[in-house]
Ligand binder design. Structure first.
Ligand code: NAD
Ligand SMILES: O=P(O)(O)OC[C@H]1O[C@H](O[C@H]2[C@H](O)[C@@H](O)[C@@H](O)O[C@@H]2CO)[C@H](O)[C@@H](O)[C@@H]1O
Ligand code: MN
Length: 446
C-alpha cells in the first residue's frame, strides 16, 4: 500500500536531538515518506551547523525530499502536516541556573522537577504557545507533537490557553525504561511490551506489563528490579543511555523506588520526590547535569555536524537515531496512517484515571489513529499515588495560574507545595533568586 507523503517541520532546529530525528526520518522513507523536511529555530547561528549537516544527510540519502532550514515562521510553518517541537527557552545556560540555584538552598536542582522545572515552565509557556500560533496561522490542519519540557507544565498551559489545538505533549522516558526492560527480558524491542501505566509526566507508575501473547512479564521484571533497578544485571550494556554514569545511577536507583511500592514499577523521575536528600547529597553544586550535557551531548553533536559540513559528506557519520526519534516518528505515523497504535501520551484525563479530576493532564496509554488520541481506562489509583499526584498536579496548575495572572503569590504557593521544597521561607528565597535569574524571560510578577 502506498503511503501519502508528509511534510514535517522540526521546531528547535538547533536542538541536540534534531540530527538524530532527521536521520531516523530519512532511514524510514518506506514507512513514513516525506515530501518536505524543514528545520525552524529562532536562533540562526545555533541552527546553522545542524541545518547544513542535515542538508548533506538528506541530499545523500533521500534526495527526493525537499529540505530547508529557516528562522522565518512563515517559511517554517507553511504547508506542513507535522510540527515536531523540542525547543529549550534560555538554552542550556538557563538549565544550569535552574539546577544550581536550588542546590544553594540544599534543594534538588533538576531540569523538570521542583524549582528548576517550575522556572523552566515559566520560560517555556509563551514560546510553545507562539509555535502553536504559527502552526495554526500557516498550516491549520497540522499536528504539533511536542517534546519541549517541562512537558507537564506545558501540557497544562496548552490545555488552558489552546484547548482546541491539535497538540500532543510527549515524553520518551517510559520508552527508554521499557527499552531497558526489553533488553533484560531478551525481547527484540520495547514495542513488544504492552503496558498499563498511570500518573503525570515524569511522575508515574506501571501496574502491568505483558507480552504480545498476553503473558504476564511483571513477576520476572519485579525480581530483576528488586536487585538491579532498571540497569542490566551484568556489564553487558546494550542501552547507550546507560553508558553515562549519571543515567546509569538513575536506572540503578529504581530499585529503591520500587521498594516503596512493590505493586508497581516506577518512573525513574520519582527519585527526585522519594529521595531528595540522597539526590542533593550526591549532587555537585558547581557541576550539574547541564554541564555534563554541554561537555558531552551538545559538544559531540555540534562537532559531528561541523565535521560533516567540512568533509561535505555524512557517509561515515556517527549520528544514529535512538528511541527518542523512534517514538515521535511512530506517533506521527499513527496519526498519518491510522495505525491504531497503543502509546503512552500526556492527555486530558477525561476519566482515564477514575478517581482524579477529569481536567488533569495525565500520562496514560492511548490508542492513536488519524482521529487523534483516545486514552484508555486505567481505573482508580491507590491512596499513596493519589496523594502524590494531587500534590504535584496542584504545583503544575499553580505555575500556570501564576503565569496567566502574573502572580508572585501563586508562584510562591507552587514552590511551597512542591514536595522537594522544605518550607515557605526557603520557597520565598528561591523565588526571589529565580525571578532575578529569569528576568529576561518571565512576565513581571506582582
Ligand atoms: N519530553 C521529553 O521526554 C524530552 C526528551 C528529550 C528532550 N526534551 C526536551 O527537548 C528540548 C531540546 O533539548 P536540547 O537539550 O536539545 O536543547 P537545545 O538547547 O540543544 O536546543 C533547543 C533549541 O531550541 C531553540 N529555541 C529556543 N526557543 C525557541 C523558540 N521560541 N522558537 C524556536 N526555537 C527555539 C534553541 O535556539 C535551540 O536551538 C528541551 O526542552 C528538552 O527538555 C524532552
Ligand atoms: O539530562 P539529559 O538532557 O540527558 O536528559 C533529560 C531528558 O531525560 C529524558 O529523556 C532521555 C530519554 O529518556 C532517553 O531515551 C534518551 O533519548 O535520552 C534522553 C535524555 O538525553 C526525559 O524523558 C526528558 O524529558 C529529559 O529532557
Ligand atoms: Mn520526558
Amino acid at each position: 500500500m502506498s503511503r501519502e507523503k508528509q511534510s514535517v517541520v522540526i521546531a528547535g532546529g538547533g536542538s541536540t536531538y534534531t540530527a538524530s530525528i532527521v536521520m531516523l526520518l530519512i532511514e524510514n522513507q518506506d514507512k513514513f515518506p516525506l515530501r518536505k523536511l524543514r528545520l525552524y529555530d529562532n536562533d540562526a547561528q545555533r541552527q546553522e551547523p545542524i541545518g547544513k549537516a542535515c542538508e548533506i544527510i538528506v541530499k545523500e540519502r533521500a534526495p527526493e525530499v525537499e529540505f530547508t532550514y529557516t528562522t522565518d515562521p512563515e517559511e517554517g510553518f507553511s504547508d506542513v502536516d507535522f510540527v515536531m517541537a523540542h525547543i529549550r527557552v534560555g538554552g542550556l545556560p538557563m538549565r544550569e541556573k535552574d539546577e544550581k540555584i536550588p542546590l544553594k538552598y540544599g534543594v534538588v536542582g533538576q531540569e523538570t522537577c521542583g524549582p528548576g522545572g517550575i522556572a523552566y515552565g515559566m520560560r517555556s509557556i509563551p514560546d510553545v504557545i507562539e509555535l502553536i500560533d504559527y502552526m495554526e496561522k500557516y498550516s491549520p490542519n497540522a499536528w504539533m507533537l511536542n517534546y519541549s519540557n517541562p512537558a507537564a507544565i506545558v501540557a497544562e498551559a496548552t490545555r488552558r490557553l489552546k484547548p482546541d489545538s491539535k497538540i500532543i505533549n510527549i515524553c520518551d522516558m517510559p520508552v527508554a525504561i521499557k527499552k531497558s526492560l526489553a533488553d533484560i527480558l531478551g525481547l527484540d524491542s520495547e514495542n513488544d511490551i504492552v503496558d498499563r501505566y498511570y500518573g503525570l509526566n515524569h511522575f508515574g507508575w506501571w501496574t502491568e506489563m505483558y507480552d504480545k501473547d498476553g503473558n504476564d512479564l511483571m513477576p520476572q521484571l519485579k525480581e530483576h528490579v528488586k536487585k538491579y533497578g532498571y540497569a542490566s544485571a551484568n556489564d553487558d550494556i546494550t542501552n547507550p543511555l546507560l553508558a553515562e554514569a549519571s543515567w546509569n545511577d538513575t536506572f540503578v536507583k529504581a530499585k529503591d523506588l520500587y521498594a516503596l511500592d512493590p505493586d508497581t514499577l516506577p518512573n525513574t523521575y520519582l527519585k527526585y520526590y522519594y529521595y531528595p536528600d540522597y539526590v542533593v547529597e550526591h549532587a555537585n553544586p558547581n557541576h550539574t547535569r547541564a554541564n555534563e550535557v554541554m561537555e558531552h551531548r551538545e559538544k559531540n553533536v555540534f562537532e559531528e555536524c561541523r565535521r560533516i559540513v567540512e568533509n561535505g559528506t555524512a557517509e561515515d557519520t556517527s549520528i544514529v537515531p535512538g528511541e527518542h526519534a523512534e517514538f515521535i516518528v511512530q506517533l506521527a505515523s499513527a496519526l498519518a496512517y491510522n495505525t491504531n497504535e497503543r502509546m503512552l501520551l500526556i492527555v486530558k484525563n477525561n476519566g482515564a484515571i477514575s478517581n482524579l479530576d477529569p481536567e488533569y493532564m495525565v500520562e496514560v496509554p492511548c490508542i492513536v489513529s488519524k482521529r487523534g488520541v483516545e486514552p484508555l481506562a486505567m481505573g482508580p489509583v491507590p491512596t499513596f499515588q493519589k496523594g502524590l499526584i494531587e500534590q504535584q498536579v496542584s504545583v503544575e496548575r499553580l505555575v500556570v495560574d501564576a503565569y496567566l495572572e502574573k502572580s508572585y503569590q501563586k508562584l510562591w504557593q507552587a514552590l511551597t507545595l512542591s514536595k522537594i521544597v522544605p518550607s515557605a521561607s526557603v520557597a520565598k528565597e528561591l523565588l526571589d533568586d529565580l525571578i532575578e535569574a529569569n528576568k529576561d524571560y518571565w512576565p513581571e510578577l506582582s
